[in-house]
Design a protein around this ligand. Structure first.
Ligand code: GAR
Length: 213
């Protein structure tokens, strides 16, 4: 019998959490609600993830993440993708904004834009993304709906280092959750998101531990 609460995370969450020579300097990119931004901020606040959020970049003037950044007291910058002639030119501005705020980790937390080689090469190995599926299954914007339509019995979320292909690149950590017969996109998404909030801070610590060894 499947326990609806069962969760598998691999590798395990850090215990103890690693400390670095200096706190990691994060630039967070978000397009939507910003619940992952908040989870990362909360982990930092609890003294787990040894980091500081230097700036929150968002691309949609209506995104709820803007209010969340204000509430968390984090600097925010709107870079509206509609005002850029190309993906590369948006990425150039992202790089400048991240660097101007003293950050060198790019944390895509619900960033619903494709990134280019320009951004990836500016911060080698330090552009991370979270996705609501067990990659490489169901990349793209309808991952939860596609998992339900495919009838998978397990789903979850993945944090990975970003490569050019959408939702691809070396996997850092995954969490697995059950898919229940009565699930709707909303209930499955909520179950997955609860785990996103646990694994994203851990994945950032993991990636930084790798790059500092
Ligand atoms: C998250 O579920 C994240 O996995 C997804 O967007 C949501 C953002 O939620 N990202 C992707 O689908 C990337 N392909 P949030 O704004 O509440 O953090």
């Amino acid at each position: 019998m499947l326990d609806p609460q069962s969760v598998l995370i691999s590798p395990a969450l850090p215990d103890p959490w690693p400390r670095f020579e200096h706190p990691l300097k994060l630039g967070v990119l978000a397009s939507g609600r910003g619940s992952n931004l908040e989870a990362i901020a909360a982990s930092i606040q609890r003294g787990e993830l040894h980091a500081q959020i230097q700036v929150v970049i968002y691309n949609n003037p209506q995104a709820a993440v803007a209010e969340r950044a204000d509430r968390l007291g984090l600097p925010k910058v709107l870079l509206n993708h509609r005002h850029y002639p190309s993906r590369e030119s948006l990425d150039q501005d992202i790089i400048q904004t991240i660097q101007a705020h003293g950050a060198d980790w790019v944390i895509m937390a619900g960033w619903m834009r494709r990134v280019t080689q320009v951004l990836i090469e500016a911060f080698p190995g330090q552009v991370l993304n979270i996705h609501p599926s067990l990659l490489p299954s169901f990349p793209g914007i309808h991952a939860v709906e596609q998992a339900l339509a495919a009838g998978v019995k397990l789903s979850g979320c993945t944090v990975h280092q970003v490569e050019l292909q959408v939702d691809s690149g070396p996997i850092l950590i995954q969490a697995v959750v059950p898919v229940l017969p009565e699930d709707t996109p909303d209930t499955l998404q909520a179950r997955i998101q609860a785990q996103e909030h646990r694994i994203y801070p851990a994945a950032i610590a993991l990636a930084a531990s790798h790059s500092s060894t």
